[in-house]
Design a protein around this ligand. Structure first.
Ligand code: FAD
Ligand code: DHB
Length: 394
């Protein structure tokens, strides 16, 4: 097969980039290791920044999102049970975020791929990248026992943190930065109404908790837990009791308990790989960077990467201009690092760090009290949470 752009990975980054390029008549093949049901079934992000909603709109894929997404103009913070609100809209000149699960985004992207003829190859095993430092890179893989080769002009690695694309950049070129946190998040989904109409980020002596949702009838709750916590040790009753303890009596009174149908532990990590380009290989999304989930930046960063890379590739194929692709890595990383900083800061502010002393807790409580009382501090939180603007292009 021959195409202009081979995209590795059909997560949010790969599928959005695929649709964007296809909208401009660029010939794309997306190659994914798993099947559609697997990718669509993964319970992950829940909060879309305005830029993410805007990209879905630009692709003409926002009908269900407009109908079913819940627009939030603020969020709540709870400190040992005392709750206050951050009013995003008032602090940022009207910006909001939208609750719409990554699973719903994926369903919309896959449905549209079928109707628009966007080529997605599932079940591709043993994928390899070749000659990415030439103008004729190649992607090879095996599918149902048959070997395939895709010749292309550009390869885009959207294959997540555990993918193969990043490893195609030579060690002497790639620089990585990493922080692994000594705790994880235990998350559940339950078909019960959420405790509040907004999210509640909760800092508590016993650890962080988050009250989120997927709809008016589906709740998503998280508890900070040990990195090696076993889900089997958390029957629903224990989860609800611990959650209510951290949220405090006022919010706990509004928690509806019910059977969970999803329960998993996610590790927390900060990670950046630079540069995000090597020859004709470009990285986007989790393939290049990971943020801890506090602040909901992961998927949104993948979207801002592909928005910038999409512009650059459209310039390349429509105008023959390499200015965009040459500037992509620096441009994307400028925004990535700010989101890394925000996610790291918000994680540090809200979690209990094993082995720290009472002074460290007082510093957190004092900073939260400062945020509660300072419009300037709230503005800083709000403008980062709703999403910083894209860095200027070349
Ligand atoms: P991915 O979604 O990881 O997609 C990569 C795709 O590439 C996958 O479909 C994978 O199967 C495929 N692939 C991998 N290797 C290969 C290969 N060798 N060949 C072909 N295909 C390959 N973000 C939030 O904002 N909020 C959250 O609550 C949240 N929770 C998360 C929970 C978990 C357990 C994880 C792992 C992530 C979570 N995130 C969350 C982060 C968010 O989901 C990611 O940032 C987002 O999915 C990134 O999209 P992506 O397309 O870059 O990568
Ligand atoms: C969700 C996840 C987050 O990491 C976050 O900051 C907010 C919401 C969620 O899954 O609903």
């Amino acid at each position: 097969t021959r195409c202009q752009v081979a995209v590795i990975g059909a997560g949010p980054a790969g599928m959005l980039l695929g649709h964007l390029l296809r909208q401009h008549g660029i010939d794309v093949v997306i190659v994914e290791r798993r099947d559609r049901a697997y990718v669509e079934g993964r319970v992950r992000a829940g909060i879309l920044e305005q830029g993410t909603v805007a990209l879905m709109a630009r692709l003409g894929l926002d009908r269900r999102l407009r109908r079913e997404g819940l627009v939030h103009s603020g969020t709540k913070l709870s400190v040992d049970g005392a709750v206050f609100r951050i009013d995003f809209a008032a602090l940022t000149g009207g910006a909001t975020v939208t609750v719409y699960g990554q699973q719903e985004v994926m369903k919309d992207l896959f449905d549209a791929a079928e109707t628009r003829g966007l080529d997605v190859v599932f079940d591709a095993e043993d994928l390899r990248l070749e000659a990415v430092d030439t103008d004729r890179p190649r992607v090879s893989y095996r599918r149902h026992g048959i070997d395939h080769v895709v010749d292309c002009d550009v390869v885009v690695g959207c294959d997540g943190f555990h993918g193969v694309s990043r490893a195609a950049i030579p060690e002497g070129v790639l620089k990585t930065f990493e922080r692994v946190y000594a705790f994880g998040w235990l998350g559940i989904l339950a078909d019960v109404p959420p405790a509040d109409h907004e999210l509640i980020y909760c800092s508590h002596e016993r650890g962080f908790a988050l009250a989120s949702m997927r709809s008016e009838t589906r709740s998503r709750y998280y508890l900070q837990c040990a990195a090696d916590e076993r889900v089997e040790d958390w029957p629903d009753e224990r989860f609800w009791d611990e959650l209510c303890g951290r949220l405090g009596p006022e919010v706990a009174a509004r928690v509806t308990r019910g059977p969970s149908f999803e329960k998993t532990v996610a590790p927390l990590r900060s990670f950046v790989a630079e540069p995000m380009r090597y020859g004709r290989l470009f990285l986007a999304g989790d393939a290049a960077h990971i943020v801890p989930p506090t602040g909901a930046k992961g998927m949104n960063l993948a979207v801002s990467d592909v928005t910038m890379l999409g512009e650059a590739l459209i310039d390349l194929f429509e105008e023959g201009s390499t200015a965009g692709i040459d500037g992509y890595s620096a441009r994307a990383l400028a925004r990535v690092w700010k989101a890394e900083r925000f996610s790291w800061w918000f994680t540090g502010l809200m979690h209990r760090f094993p082995g720290t002393d009472p002074f460290a807790r007082q510093m957190q409580v004092a900073e939260l009290d400062y945020i509660r009382s300072s419009r300037a501090a709230q503005t800083t939180l709000a403008e980062n949470y709703v999403g910083l603007p894209l860095s200027p292009g070349p």
